[in-house]
Design a protein around this ligand. Structure first.
Ligand SMILES: CC(C)(COP(=O)(O)OP(=O)(O)OC[C@H]1O[C@@H](n2cnc3c(N)ncnc32)[C@H](O)[C@@H]1OP(=O)(O)O)[C@@H](O)C(=O)NCCC(=O)NCCSC(=O)C[C@H](O)C(=O)O
Ligand SMILES: [Mg+2]
Length: 292
């Protein structure tokens, strides 16, 4: 098993929905998001947990979500629902099982063992949510703890709560945590998704946060409303200019015929820029393939 998700399976827009909400589960079949998180945790009331678990498993089994990466978010370790959620999710075999409030590498190894005991297929990866101060301090070990761990997911609501911080434009109080988590993901070679933007009516604020997430290095953003999908898809895809530059860099490099350094539009190009250009084009092509 490789250490990361399938290369360039786009995860620009990953939409949470309460698995207790049949209308949302139905609607998701036609939403242009790259991924879905069928939630059993925060968005589901205690008396709806069992029905939501069954609905999430049935949704995965239906195969009705096409090319979207479908995951199930279980309730956290230590809650009354965790064990049954994890077993049901493992047996349903989604692309990922999202576990909230993962706090250590030992927890990751325990979760992987439990998923494997429950008979999860190889394609079912662990997505660990980092959303506590402890998780941020241990992010590097968490990200590297198992080859089955493919994605880190920021839980910025829980993080703000635990820090006694505030949600403010620009996310100053969270920047250290966000950057630490991105460093951990990149060091381990796993993907990382930014947290949600709570105000579903504030488009400008949402788009600014998407741009910031992209600039920080996130692969995509978790979302709570279908209206947020187009903005995330655009923000986390290479823009036209980036694609044109990547093609130009590759052409300049090939024309250099083995020179260690060339220029493109007056700028120095070395092997590292060529690698970045190839990555940009690979992401672009994988997004085009989704639309085909
Ligand atoms: C936020 C919402 C409660 C708003 O719901 P609502 O007022 O119903 O929205 P709309 O009327 O605008 O909905 C329009 C249609 O879209 C469908 N819809 C809405 N949201 C979703 C969704 N998430 N997925 C799929 N479809 C959705 C509605 O059903 C309407 O459909 P139709 O009637 O056919 O036109 C709501 O958006 C919502 O519940 N969002 C998800 C909330 C959630 O999952 N929260 C938990 C995850 S966030 C979190 O916990 C992060 C982390 O742990 C942290 O700590 O930060
Ligand atoms: Mg949370």
């Amino acid at each position: 098993m490789s250490a990361s998700a399938t290369p360039f399976t786009p995860l620009r827009s990953v939409l949470y929905m309460p698995s207790s909400n049949g209308r949302a589960l139905e609607k998701a079949k036609s939403i242009a998001c790259d991924g879905l998180i069928l939630d059993l945790e925060d968005a589901v009331a205690p008396d709806a947990k069992t029905a939501a678990r069954d609905a999430a498993a049935a949704a995965v089994a239906s195969g009705a979500y096409g090319r979207r990466t479908v995951t199930i978010r279980v309730n956290g370790l230590g809650t009354p629902w965790h064990d049954a959620d994890l077993e049901a999710a493992a047996q349903a075999g989604p692309a990922g099982i999202v576990v909230p409030k993962v706090n250590s590498a030992d927890e990751v190894r325990g979760l992987v063992a439990a998923i494997e005991r429950a008979g999860a297929p190889d394609h079912t990866r662990l997505w660990a949510m980092v959303e506590t101060p402890q998780a941020i301090f241990d992010a590097r070990e968490i990200a590297a703890a198992s080859d089955r761990l493919a994605v880190l997911v920021m839980g910025t609501n829980d993080l703000v709560k635990e820090l006694y911080a505030e949600h403010v434009p620009g996310r100053g109080p969270l920047l250290t945590a966000l950057q630490t988590a991105v460093l951990a993901a990149r060091a381990a070679g796993v993907e990382i998704l930014d947290g949600v933007y709570n105000d579903v009516q504030d488009t400008d604020g949402f788009l600014a946060e998407c741009r910031q997430g992209r600039e920080l290095g996130f692969d995509g953003k978790t979302l709570i409303h279908p209206g947020q999908v187009p903005g995330a898809n655009e923000a986390f895809a290479p823009g036209e200019q980036a694609v044109e530059d990547a093609r130009g860099i590759l052409a300049a490099w090939e024309a250099g015929q083995g020179a260690g350094v060339v220029t493109y539009q007056g700028r120095m190009v070395e092997n590292l820029h060529v690698e970045s250009a190839r990555r940009t084009l690979a992401i672009h092509e994988s997004i085009l393939a989704l639309q085909a």
